[in-house]
Design a protein around this ligand. Structure first.
Ligand SMILES: [Zn+2]
Length: 141
């Protein structure tokens, strides 16, 4: 029978011995620190016991490497867009150069061609102006 010599680390020796006595037939030790495990039982050794053990004189390497926790991708946008604060160049030469064009306000009676003359009122017709002057300013005429 092919036997595999397993030398567990000191911390796991008790656990390895506990596992050994549970096998049928019992796994026996071949020395104070080594267990002679039948080949068909080797795969039944608890992984935590095998980890760090010396198997047939070689350091045991776990066939199942732990997944890299760094592979976890952080959720959310990984690269938020930069807040580009492109302020418009404040050119003092071009600023405030817009002429304040006074658009002609046609709603105001400024264009009334017939001012009263005695008061600020203005009238669009001479007849209206005369009527106003006779009623409001009888002393002028
Ligand atoms: Zn008047």
């Amino acid at each position: 029978m092919l036997m595999i010599i397993v030398q567990p680390p000191r911390a796991l020796r008790v656990e390895m011995a506990r596992w050994a006595v549970q096998q049928t037939p019992k796994v026996r030790t071949c020395s104070t620190t080594e267990f002679a495990v039948p080949a068909h039982l080797f795969t039944h050794i608890p992984e935590e016991v095998l980890a760090g053990s010396v198997v047939d004189g070689q350091r045991y390497i776990s066939p199942d490497p732990q997944p890299e926790p760094a592979a976890v991708v952080a959720p959310g946008p990984a690269d938020p867009p930069q807040e580009t604060l492109h302020t418009a160049p404040d050119n003092p030469h071009t600023a405030h150069t817009t002429p304040l064009t006074t658009t002609p306000d046609t709603t105001t009676p400024d264009s009334a061609p017939y001012p009263c003359g005695a008061c600020p009122r203005e009238f669009t017709t001479q007849r209206g102006r005369d009527m106003h002057r006779r009623q409001a300013h009888p002393e002028v005429d």
